[in-house]
Design a protein around this ligand. Structure first.
Ligand SMILES: [Zn+2]
Length: 290
């Protein structure tokens, strides 16, 4: 059974690189039935960004990739930008911690301006180093995250959080922290979620589940909001490090083949959750490529 023609098939978090497969990966996604990508920025060079201008160049590369994918693969692409949280840790020894934090916050302000100008739909990835760092660096990362929340509040957009796996109480802590900053918790997404946490224990925060078969199966009965993602890295030096970009449409097709009723449940991650978290519904793209 084919996928319903009016069903968007959405990968909520991936990366593409001009040094990797780029549009070819997006075409593979489209051929498998995918229609929408949330494309997160990444550092496309081997150098740690040292200035807000370095980030501007990086964000513009993401935007250029998004244009190319829309034009050549015929799918819709939503751009998500922010300085990567771990950049702060890498920049601290090069610039000094105070200057590194200034650059990081300046780049977050730039990301907020992009959202305001409708060049991006969310701030991401934001959050924390997923490994131990010195106390002063941890404090700077905390300050940076509070800045993220205030920028998102001001421009009224979601934040896509990079962190270690969260237990229910950590979901609720994250929700409380957002609320303290004036950002409603339904604007917060925990990206790369690998543990299923029931909706009533998430404090309003939406998990974006890695589209592993077991996680998709577990999430299907969940009222939402939740998303599916591959976190595809498009890094030729790390083939197979993450799920392939065609994974979300492949899972959707497997569900459609198993049961027509099941496929309707996919409107939760692909339509309803986008509406809840972002405030709009994904429009079906006009197919040009394929
Ligand atoms: Zn990512």
């Amino acid at each position: 059974m084919p996928l319903p023609t009016d069903l968007p098939v959405v990968d909520h978090h991936c990366h593409l690189s001009p040094l990797g497969e780029g549009v070819a990966a997006a075409r593979r996604f489209a051929s498998a039935g995918g229609t929408h990508l949330f494309l997160a920025t990444q550092n496309y060079s081997n150098e740690v960004p040292r200035s807000v201008d370095d980030y501007r160049v990086q964000f513009e590369m993401t935007e250029a990739l998004a244009y190319k994918v829309r034009a050549e693969a015929g799918i819709e692409v939503y751009v998500v930008v922010s300085p990567y949280p771990v950049d702060l840790v890498a920049a601290a020894p090069l610039l000094g911690l105070t200057a590194a934090l200034e650059v990081h916050q300046g780049a977050l302000d730039l990301a907020g301006a992009w959202v305001r100008e409708h060049r991006a739909v969310a701030l991401g990835e934001v959050g924390f180093p997923h490994f131990d760092v010195p106390t002063d660096v941890r404090a700077a990362a905390d300050a940076a995250f509070d800045h993220v929340l205030s920028v998102a509040r001001d421009v009224d957009c979601p934040v896509v959080v990079h962190s270690a796996d969260l237990a229910p109480e950590q979901y609720r802590d994250l929700a409380a922290r957002a609320r303290r900053a004036g950002l409603p918790p339904h604007r917060v997404v925990k990206h790369y979620a690998r543990a299923r946490v029931p909706p009533e224990e998430r404090g309003g925060v939406a998990p974006s589940y890695l589209a592993r078969r077991d996680l998709v199966r577990d999430a299907m009965g969940d009222a939402g909001p939740w998303f599916l993602e591959t976190d595809f890295l498009d890094d030729p030096s790390r083939p197979g490090a993450v799920l392939d970009l065609a994974t979300v449409p492949r899972r959707a097709r497997a569900i459609a083949e198993a049961s027509p009723g099941g496929v309707e449940r996919l409107r939760v991650p692909f339509v309803d959750s986008v509406k809840t978290v972002y405030g709009w519904r994904p429009e079906m793209p006009v197919r040009r490529g394929g």
